[in-house]
Design a binder for this molecule. Structure first.
Ligand SMILES: *Cc1c(COP(=O)(O)O)cnc(C)c1O
Length: 390
């Protein structure tokens, strides 16, 4: 029993979407079922050894043991800038236009505190990564959803955004290659979004967490390849998915010096920077992003995706074909709601997949598969699902 009431911002959080699913998982486990989780987007493959070696070396040096610089090491920021130049052909000044983050989720969660006043609107994708919504609410802002739907290949429906929302919006969140749908964007498809934000003075927060996780020759873009983007965009990059480093908590934000300073002001007051040794290891990762050990990881996810897509086609389940991310966005093949379908699959087979509604109301009718188990296990999981389709 607690005497102290939670703050409204916590009490008002939407109900946890996985409660029923968690209960079904616990029950399946208790019954001794062999659980295969295609639920969480957390790489099962290890961080490449050369990155781990660099951390060991760096951690042994006492110079890394004190408080790090708030904004990140200058050499780390320079390596991030070099990477962006090499990878996307975009120029950034490491000293003023790059900020080290403790994971990109940290940057996403903090940016509304820098730019949202109570009552301001933030435009968030539906379906989308739930952190955009919650971070907006924590800052006292109001979430207004724009639609990502199949007809538009899960690209934003700008025409569907009411004029008043656009007028009052301060931020817009966007993420391609996309979680949960796997959709990808091009310079041509993003130009109207950049123009929309420029015309209305909206800060476009471009979440590029999957920029490297692509296959078959496809190379995702940076928002800064779109003309005019630098005036109104900040981009979040992360080593988590690119180098199987989710546990390390290292990322960066890139943007013009004003937006970087704005986000930096929040960060200097709430955290003390990323561990220097992790920044040194991350520098090695970024310098060696074309090392065969790294590119083999992408090929592995690509092979799993190909096998998954083949199997889904045999099963008569429709899905979005994608050249990037480790997610497959599938149509629920029965007349059940997403949550009921996923719960039934889990109870009967021990296979965990995520209901589309975990990402917003427009995820109804879909479920998400994460390709984060070995291929043989994934096929086994899909066979079990096939057995439930009758
Ligand atoms: C995984 C993920 C992130 C966060 O990654 P970090 O580990 O915090 O860098 C951000 N956005 C999306 C869409 C993600 O899927």
């Amino acid at each position: 029993m607690s005497r102290i009431e939670l703050a409204d911002r916590v009490k008002n959080l939407p109900p946890y979407p996985f409660a029923a699913l968690d209960a079904a998982k616990a029950k399946a486990k208790a019954e001794g079922k062999d659980i295969i989780s295609l639920g969480i987007g957390d790489p099962d493959l290890p961080t490449p050894g050369f990155i781990v070696d660099e951390l060991k070396k760096a951690a042994a040096d006492p110079a890394t043991h004190q408080y790090p610089d708030y904004t990140g090491r200058l050499d780390y920021r320079q390596v991030c800038a070099d990477f962006m130049k090499r990878r996307f052909g975009v120029e950034f000044d490491g000293a003023s236009e790059i900020l080290a983050l403790i994971g990109s989720k940290e940057g996403i969660a903090h940016i509304p505190l820098a730019y949202i006043n109570p009552g301001d609107f933030a435009l968030c994708p539906n379906p989308g990564y739930p952190v955009y919504d919650v971070a907006t609410q924590f800052a006292g802002g109001q979430v207004k959803y724009f639609t990502l739907d199949e007809d538009r290949k899960f690209l934003p429906d700008l025409g569907g955004i009411p004029a008043e929302w656009a007028q009052r919006a301060k931020l817009m969140f966007l993420n391609y290659p996309n979680n949960p749908t796997g959709a990808v964007a091009t310079v041509e498809t993003l130009q109207p979004v950049v123009d929309f934000c420029r015309e209305r003075n909206i800060l476009l927060v471009y979440d590029n967490a999957y920029s490297e996780l692509a296959f078959d020759g496809y190379k995702p873009i940076s928002i800064f390849q779109v003309p005019g983007a630098k005036e109104i965009a900040i981009e979040m990059h992360s080593l988590s998915k690119s180098f199987n480093m989710t546990g390390w908590r290292i990322a960066w934000a890139a943007g013009n010096a004003d937006y970087i300073a704005g986000l930096g002001k929040i960060k200097t007051n709430v955290d003390s920077g990323a561990f220097d040794a992790i920044q040194l290891a991350a520098m090695e990762a970024l310098r060696r992003n074309e090392d065969p050990i790294v590119t083999q990881n992408y090929a592995t996810y690509g092979a799993r995706r190909a096998a998954c897509e083949k199997k889904l086609t045999e099963m008569g389940i429709s899905f979005l074909k994608s050249p990037a991310t480790f997610y497959v966005w599938c149509k629920v093949p029965t007349d059940e709601k997403s949550a009921a379908f996923c719960q039934r699959i889990l109870s009967n087979t021990g296979v965990v997949v995520t209901p589309g509604t975990a990402f917003g109301s427009l995820g109804e009718g879909y479920f998400r598969i994460a390709l984060t188990v070995p291929e043989r296990r994934m096929i086994e999981a899909l066979d079990r699902i096939a057995g439930q389709l009758g």
